[in-house]
Design a protein. Structure first.
Length: 247
């Protein structure tokens, strides 16, 4: 079965953050190592197999950490500069990676085509989180895993006020529509995913506390559909409910 939709995504589906994307491409790799993020990426992807869709792949920092049991990664990235960098990273990956344009809110792939999905520091910046998560439910097979590594809202009232103030002013403009006070766990639950094991962590490890420091890493699943009720066993010609017409 082909993984792609037969219809192309709309022309305006792309995202353009030229200043942020150039900054990210230049510095994200070394920040990944210094802040301990690379180890979290390995943990995030450990044990995956089969077909995987990754949304908001950025410049492809996850690609080097996919295990060999993954047969294919379809990596969706809307920003052109980041997508060009992801294409280079895909050539060096140890598993097949297909980098394609598209947005999280309108994934250009078939329904129920993937064994697993990956979101990694991306739900903070999508335009419509409920719609993006609905799309992930659509493309995952029933029982498929959604691996997530996301930053989110702070655990104290004071820090949360700071996050909300930043989100309402400069932070999204400076950092590619990133919002610091979103709640990934609540959003996943509201979208109908079943939360599995997860843990909270602080990034960078042992470094200064930033608006994006509170993170959560774990797994959720697309639920299996409820079992259908067995057909009612009644005598031939009898109406529903079991009563038999009297002569």
């Amino acid at each position: 079965m082909p993984l792609r939709r037969t219809t192309a995504p709309p022309r305006d589906a792309g995202v353009d953050h030229p200043l942020f994307s150039r900054f990210y491409v230049r510095f994200a790799g070394r920040l990944d190592t210094r802040a301990g993020v690379a180890a979290h990426r390995r943990e995030l992807l450990d044990g995956l197999s089969g077909r995987v869709v990754e949304i908001g792949a950025g410049n492809g920092l996850n690609f080097a950490h996919y295990p060999r049991a993954v047969s294919e990664v379809v990596a969706i990235e809307p920003e052109r500069t980041l997508r060009a960098a992801a294409l280079e990273a895909a050539r060096r990956a140890g598993v097949p990676v297909d980098v394609v344009p598209g947005t999280a809110e309108a994934l250009p792939v078939k329904s129920e085509a993937f064994d697993a999905a990956v979101v990694s520091l991306v739900l903070c910046s999508v335009r419509d989180v409920p719609r993006a998560l609905a799309e992930l439910r659509r493309v995952l097979r029933p029982g498929g895993e959604l691996r997530f590594f996301e930053h989110g809202r702070a655990g104290t009232a004071g820090r949360l006020r700071v996050q909300r103030a930043l989100d309402a002013t400069v932070w999204p403009r400076l950092f590619g529509n990133c919002h610091t006070a979103r709640d990934p766990l609540a959003e996943l639950s509201a979208a109908g995913f079943e939360l599995g094991a997860y843990r909270r962590l602080t990034v960078p490890d042992g470094g200064p506390t930033l608006p994006t420091s509170p993170c959560v890493l774990g797994v959720a699943r697309r639920p299996f559909p409820p079992p259908e009720d067995p057909p009612e066993d009644r005598p031939e010609g009898a109406p529903p409910g079991g009563s038999v017409p009297q002569p």
